[in-house]
Design a protein around this ligand. Structure first.
Ligand SMILES: [Zn+2]
Ligand SMILES: [Zn+2]
Length: 252
């Protein structure tokens, strides 16, 4: 089972348009972060989590030829505006793309992307097949378990796919969800910046503290701001926590 980080940046991406943020964001390639997305491959399935504004570039860069299903964490712009770029997969695969997400995110997408759905459907627009996702589902050799977490006052969907748990845009993990994450070999979790605290995201020190309680072997942090220098911050992390970076590939 392989996990490729397609993007690891916060909502504005890194570096930020207009040059906001420190200079080091442009030097080390690991400080160049597309919006968060991930690609998971098993023997039988090719699965993608989130389709942000750089989704087309990410699929080309990673060489994604086929997508069996999409998982969407939530309806914020940095996680869904690349949905249109699934059209080429619809055309090639001659089938709608199955989607796993919360009912709330599904409704937000049906509203914002009304031209993709009847009665407003534009010919040639992306074909999505929202599947019920309140409990574990099976996709080939993958078991996908919903991991609801809190992003400020908003509930966001995380996913456990076999031994990998993926949660982003989180600042609170309910006990029930923590139990489902327990025992994962890899946890992917957002850690926005070292400080100060943020109302809807864990900082990196908070993410370290939380991950230590979750009983996982290795944690990779994502959704980092331009104020996170890969090399500098990596030196301050315990060995069980690492910063992810774009195009990093890990195997379980
Ligand atoms: Zn986000
Ligand atoms: Zn968000």
């Amino acid at each position: 089972m392989k996990l490729t980080f397609l993007g690891t940046g916060t909502s504005m991406g890194v570096p930020v348009a207009g040059g906001f943020g420190p200079k080091y964001a442009g030097g080390d390639p690991r400080n160049q972060r597309y919006r968060c997305s991930a690609w998971i491959r098993t023997r039988e399935r090719s699965l993608v989590i989130d389709t942000g504004p750089e989704f087309r570039l990410q699929t080309l860069r990673a060489g994604i030829r086929h997508i069996d299903a999409l998982m969407l964490t939530h309806e914020h712009t940095d996680h869904i505006t690349g949905l249109d770029d699934l059209r080429s997969y619809n055309y090639a695969q001659k089938a709608p793309i199955p989607v796993y997400t919360s009912k709330k995110t599904e409704e937000a997408i049906r509203h914002r992307f009304h031209y993709m759905f009847p009665p407003n459907k534009t010919p040639g627009s992306v074909d999505l097949d929202f599947r019920p996702f309140t409990d574990a589902v099976h996709e080939g050799d993958c078991t996908i378990i919903p991991l609801p977490v809190m992003h400020g006052k908003m509930e966001v969907m995380g996913f456990r796919i076999n031994d990998i748990s993926y949660i982003t845009d989180v600042n609170h993990i309910p006990d029930k969800t923590a139990e489902k994450i327990h025992g994962s070999k890899i946890l992917v979790m957002s850690g926005l910046r070292w400080s100060p605290p943020h109302p809807t995201h864990y900082t990196i020190p908070q993410a370290i503290e939380v991950s230590e309680k979750l009983g996982v072997q290795q944690t990779y942090l994502i959704h980092m701001s331009p104020f996170v220098d890969h090399q500098d911050v990596s030196k301050r992390l315990p060995s069980r926590v690492k910063l992810a970076f774009d195009q990093l590939e890990v195997s379980v």
